[in-house]
Design a protein around this ligand. Structure first.
Ligand code: HEC
Ligand code: HEC
Ligand code: HEC
Ligand code: HEC
Ligand code: HEC
Ligand code: HEC
Ligand code: HEC
Ligand code: HEC
Length: 411
C-alpha cells in the first residue's frame, strides 16, 4: 500500500494545480452529490485522488463546464498500465471498430450507433480515435468514451462490482447474445446465484463469466470462435468447409465466386475471426485449463467438442437456407436490394431486410444459430435446443415454404 501511495505522490505534481482546483469536490457536493458520494466511497476518494486527476483543471466554475476533460483509458494508464495494456490487446477494445467493420456490406449504422442508444450503447466499450471522440463530443455531452467504467462503474470504480457476473449483463443479453440468460439459468450460474444469496458457502465452486473469460483478472478477452463462428483455415471436413464458405459469402467476406472482398481486411483489423490454427487453439487451451480447475480434462474436452460440433450442424442448416434464398435471386424471383454489394443473400440485413424471407434468414443466423451454439458452450439445454436449434429448424421450414410460394406466384 505504501508503495502505491508513493506512486500517487509522484504522479500528482504532473497535474497543474490551477486556482480553484481544490474546489472541485466542494462545489460538486452541491452540483452532483451522487458523484461525490461514490467518489468518497472509492479507493480513489479514500486516497485523496481529486476530480482533476482524471478530468484535468480546465473547468473551475459553473460557467465553463464544457472545458472539463473526458477521461479515456489513456487517463488511467499512468497508474494502471497493466489492465490498460491487457484491455487494449483484447476484443473489447475493438468493439467500436467491429461495429463498423461489416457495415460495408450494406448496413448503415450511423443512427443506431452514434447516439449510444442502439449499437453504440454496448459497443461504446471499444476504443475510439481522437476524431471519433471529437465528433461524439460535438454531437452531445460526449460521454461514453471511457471504456474502463463499463464493468467497474464510475465513480466507485469498484473491483468487487467488476468481479460479479452482473457486471457483464447489460451488454451480453437479449436475442443475439443472451450469455447472461444462458449462464444465469445454467447449473454454473444457479450455483453462483446461490452463493451470492449466502445459501451455498462462500468457498464452494461455481464459475462466473470472469472465471472463464478473465482468468486471473486478465483484461484481454477473446474466444476461439467469436460471435460469427467462422474461422480460417477452413475445417478439413469438406461439407463443413463448403458450408462455412457459403456463410462467409453471406457475410460479404467472400464474394459470390468465393474470392476475398475488402470486408476481409476489416475483419482482420477488428479481430472478428481467428486466421490461424494457433490463434484459435490458444484460446481453447486457456478455456480447457479453466474447466480443469473443477472438471476432469476428458469431460471438459468432450463438452467443448460438442460446441464445435453444434457449429458444424448449424452451418449445414444455414447453408441450405442461404442457397434457397440465393436461388430466388438467381432465378429473378426475388429482387436483389440495390443497397447490396453483391447479388447474394445478406445474413446481416436483419432490421433492414426488405422481405419476410430475408428477415427470417437473418434471424436464423444472428439469433437462433448463435443461441444453439452459445447455449451448448454455456451448458444451457434450453438455449441449445428449445430457443436455438429447434427454432432454426422452424426457420428453415418457413424459408422453404415462403420460397415455394414466391416461385408459385412468379409462375
Ligand atoms: C463553482 C462550482 C464548480 C466547480 C468549482 C467545479 N465544477 Fe464541475 N461542474 C459544475 C457545474 C454547474 C457543472 C454542470 C453540471 C450540469 O450540467 O448539471 C459541472 C460539470 C462538470 C463535469 C461534466 C462536464 C460536462 O460536459 O457535462 C465534470 C467532469 C466536472 N464538472 C468536473 C469538475 C472538476 C474536475 C472540477 C475541478 C477542477 C470541477 N468540476 C469544479 C460546477 C463546478
Ligand atoms: C479515476 C478517474 C476519475 C475521477 C477521480 C473522477 N472522475 Fe468523473 N468521470 C470519470 C470517467 C471515466 C467518466 C466517464 C467518461 C465517459 O463516459 O466518457 C467520468 C464522468 C464524469 C461526469 C460526467 C458524466 C455524468 O455521469 O454526469 C461528471 C459530472 C464527473 N465525472 C464528475 C466528477 C467529479 C465531481 C469528480 C470528483 C468528485 C470526479 N468526476 C472524479 C473518471 C473520473
Ligand atoms: C493518479 C493515479 C491514478 C489514476 C489516474 C487512476 N487511478 Fe485507479 N487507482 C489508483 C490507486 C492508487 C488505486 C488503489 C490501488 C490499491 O488499492 O492497491 C486505484 C484503484 C483502482 C481500482 C480498484 C478499486 C478497488 O475496488 O479495489 C480501479 C477499478 C481503478 N482504480 C480504476 C481506474 C480507472 C478506470 C481509471 C481511469 C479512468 C483510474 N483508475 C485512474 C490510482 C489511480
Ligand atoms: C445489447 C448490446 C448490443 C447491441 C445493442 C449491439 N451489439 Fe453488437 N455485439 C454485442 C456483443 C455482446 C457482442 C459479442 C457477442 C459474442 O461474441 O457472442 C457483439 C458482437 C458484434 C459483432 C461481431 C464482432 C466480432 O468481433 O465477433 C458485430 C459486427 C456487431 N456486434 C455489430 C453490431 C451492430 C452493427 C449493432 C447495431 C445494429 C450492434 N452490434 C448492436 C452487443 C451488442
Ligand atoms: C469487461 C469488464 C472490465 C472492463 C471493461 C475493465 N475492467 Fe478492470 N477489472 C475487471 C475485473 C473483473 C476486475 C477484477 C479482476 C480480479 O479478479 O482480480 C478488474 C480489476 C481492475 C483493477 C484492480 C486490479 C488490478 O489489476 O490492479 C484495476 C486497476 C482495473 N480493473 C482497471 C481497469 C482499467 C484501467 C480499464 C480500462 C482499460 C478496465 N479496468 C476495464 C473488469 C473490467
Ligand atoms: C458495455 C458493454 C459490455 C460489457 C459491460 C461487457 N461486454 Fe463483453 N463484449 C461487448 C461487445 C460489444 C463485444 C464485441 C467486441 C468486438 O466484437 O470486438 C464483447 C466481447 C466479449 C468477448 C469476446 C467474444 C469474442 O468475440 O471473442 C468476451 C469473452 C466478453 N465480451 C466477455 C465479457 C465479460 C466476461 C464481461 C463482464 C466482466 C463483459 N464482456 C462485459 C460488450 C460488453
Ligand atoms: C464455465 C465457463 C464459462 C462461463 C461461466 C461463461 N462462459 Fe462464455 N464461453 C465459454 C465457452 C467455452 C465459450 C466458447 C468459446 C469458444 O470456443 O469460442 C464461451 C463463449 C463466450 C462468448 C463468445 C461467443 C462465442 O461463441 O465465441 C462470449 C461473448 C461469452 N462467452 C460471454 C460470457 C458471459 C458474459 C458470461 C457470463 C454471463 C459467460 N460467458 C460465462 C465458457 C464460459
Ligand atoms: C469453478 C468451478 C467450475 C468451473 C471452472 C467449470 N465448472 Fe462446470 N460445473 C461446476 C459445477 C459445480 C457444476 C454442477 C455439477 C452438478 O450438476 O452436479 C458444473 C456443471 C457443469 C455442466 C453440467 C453438466 C453436469 O455434469 O451436470 C457442464 C456441461 C459443465 N459444468 C461444463 C463446464 C465446462 C465446459 C467448463 C469450462 C469451459 C466448466 N464447466 C468450468 C463447476 C465448474
Amino acid at each position: 500500500m505504501r508503495g502505491r501511495l508513493l506512486i500517487i505522490i509522484a504522479v500528482l505534481p504532473s497535474v497543474t494545480l490551477g486556482a480553484g482546483v481544490s474546489n472541485c469536490v466542494d462545489c460538486h457536493e452541491n452540483v452532483t452529490p451522487g458523484i461525490v458520494t461514490d467518489w468518497d466511497l472509492s479507493r480513489h476518494g479514500q486516497l485523496g485522488l481529486d476530480c482533476y486527476t482524471c478530468h484535468g483543471d480546465g473547468h473551475t466554475s459553473a460557467a465553463d463546464a464544457a472545458k472539463a476533460g473526458i477521461p479515456t483509458p489513456d487517463t488511467c494508464t499512468e497508474c494502471h498500465s497493466a489492465p490498460v495494456e491487457q484491455f487494449k490487446s483484447g476484443k473489447h477494445a475493438l468493439a467500436w471498430t467491429a461495429m463498423h467493420a461489416l457495415s460495408s456490406v450494406h448496413l448503415e449504422p450511423a443512427d443506431p450507433a452514434e447516439d449510444m442508444k442502439g449499437c453504440g450503447g454496448c459497443h461504446k466499450i471499444g476504443l475510439k480515435t481522437e476524431d471519433e471522440i471529437a465528433s461524439l463530443k460535438a454531437g452531445g455531452a460526449g460521454f461514453g468514451v471511457a471504456s474502463c467504467d463499463e464493468c467497474h462503474t464510475r465513480h466507485l470504480f469498484s473491483t468487487a462490482e467488476a468481479r460479479e457476473p452482473q457486471a457483464c449483463r447489460t451488454c451480453h443479453t437479449g436475442s443475439g447474445y443472451p450469455q447472461w440468460e444462458m449462464y444465469s439459468s445454467s447449473k454454473h450460474g444457479v450455483r453462483y446465484l446461490l452463493k451470492q444469496n449466502g445459501i451455498l458457502p462462500e468457498s464452494s465452486s461455481a464459475p462466473t463469466c470472469q472465471t472463464c473469460h478473465m482468468g486471473g483478472g486478465d483484461h484481454e478477452v477473446r474466444s476461439s470462435w467469436s460471435y460469427l463462428a467462422v474461422r480460417f483455415p477452413l475445417p478439413e471436413d469438406e461439407t463443413w468447409a463448403q458450408d462455412q464458405t457459403t456463410i462467409l459469402q453471406g457475410l460479404g467476406i467472400l464474394d459470390p465466386e468465393g474470392n476475398p472482398t475488402d470486408v476481409l481486411e476489416s475483419v482482420k483489423n477488428a479481430d472478428i475471426a481467428r486466421f490461424t490454427e494457433e490463434d484459435w487453439q490458444r484460446e481453447r487451451d486457456k478455456m480447457l485449463d479453466t474447466c480443469g480447475d473443477c472438471h476432469s480434462s476428458d469431460f471438459a474436452e468432450a463438452e467443448l467438442e460438442k460446441g464445435d460440433d453444434k457449429i458444424r450442424k448449424t452451418d449445414r442448416l444455414m447453408a441450405e437456407a442461404i442457397n434457397t434464398v440465393d436461388g430466388l435471386y438467381r432465378d429473378g424471383i426475388l429482387e436483389v436490394p440495390d443497397t447490396y454489394a453483391y447479388a447474394f443473400p445478406d445474413l446481416l440485413a436483419y432490421h433492414d431486410a426488405a422481405t419476410p424471407i430475408e428477415r427470417t434468414l437473418s434471424e436464423m443466423y444472428l439469433n437462433h444459430r448463435m443461441r444453439a451454439i452459445h447455449g451448448t458452450f454455456h451448458a444451457n439445454p434450453d438455449y441449445a435446443l428449445c430457443r436455438g436449434w429447434s427454432l432454426m429448424g422452424q426457420d428453415l421450414v418457413e424459408i422453404n415454404e415462403m420460397a415455394a410460394e414466391l416461385r408459385e406466384e412468379h409462375e
